[in-house]
Design a protein around this ligand. Structure first.
Ligand code: SAH
Ligand code: DHB
Ligand code: MG
Length: 233
């Protein structure tokens, strides 16, 4: 008799298994792309932290952009532009990504990565703290954004989410990275500003009638974490 799947290997499921499964699936489903690989090399060479989305997470962002037919995307937290490039894969002709980054060195690496990929016209990077940039952006009365990827400092997630509500429209999708953080979010008394930010975000989501939302836990290359997904209703 076949053993129930849940019992199978339940003892040795660990981070190594998650990483190997990530590699196995990525080999098959995450297309290899010279620009994406060059972007990661350039980021590593420049000493940027290795905290970008994984290839399969990048593919998911790209799929979400396709599924929503996103033409205008706002990303908060660029790093070397790896997630930005994945999102750009899904853009239709004339589509646009605005990505916000506070660190000039990260911005420089990202801009070079966009240039190498020939995407300078489709991607605009604004340098500065996102909470300084967002009010200026709103003052320009931009067309609503279709998709948001919130992936900068975690203590300001609640504010970034509020800006997404302002800059979105009915049907816009908001993706928020790193909302599980190894389970640390369970600690109600945490002194960690990131954990507190994520917890405030969940409380905000729970009370927010303008969105319908979920959060999905993930394991893989990046350990144990998760992302939240919301749609403006
Ligand atoms: N989205 C990227 C990873 C972003 S890492 C990817 O998956 O490839 C988080 C980034 O947010 C870092 O580059 C960091 O410098 C930036 N950041 C941190 N605080 C910020 C702030 N207040 N405003 C804008 N960017 C910020
Ligand atoms: C960190 C930030 C991220 O955006 C991420 O995906 C993983 C880790 C961090 O600041 O540690
Ligand atoms: Mg992240």
């Amino acid at each position: 008799m076949r053993r129930p799947f849940l019992l199978l290997k339940s003892v040795d499921m660990n981070e190594r298994t998650w990483t190997e499964v990530d590699a196995y699936v990525a080999e098959r489903l995450a297309p290899r792309d010279a620009d994406l690989e060059a972007a990661q090399l350039a980021a590593a060479d420049a000493g940027l932290p290795a905290i970008s989305v994984s290839p399969l997470q990048g593919k998911m962002l790209s799929l979400l952009a396709t599924m929503t037919g996103a033409r205008r995307i706002l990303e908060i937290g660029t790093l070397g532009g790896y997630s930005t490039l994945w999102l750009a894969w899904a853009l239709p002709i004339g589509g646009h990504i605005l990505t916000l980054e506070a660190d000039p060195k990260h911005a420089e690496v990202a801009r070079a990565n966009f240039r190498r990929a020939g995407l300078e016209a489709a991607i605009e990077l604004r340098l500065g703290r996102a909470l300084d940039t967002l009010p200026k952006l709103a003052a320009e009365n931009p067309q609503p954004f279709d998709l948001f990827f919130i992936d900068a400092n975690k203590d300001d997630i609640p504010d970034y989410f509020q800006w997404a509500l302002k800059l979105g429209r009915k049907g816009s999708v908001i993706v928020v990275d790193n909302v599980v953080r190894g389970g640390n979010i369970l600690d109600a008394g945490s002194a960690d500003a990131n954990v507190r930010g994520v917890r405030r975000f969940y409380d905000m989501l729970a009370k927010e009638p303008r969105v319908s939302a979920t959060a999905i836990q993930t394991v893989g290359l990046k350990g144990y974490d998760g992302f939240a997904l919301a749609v403006i209703v």
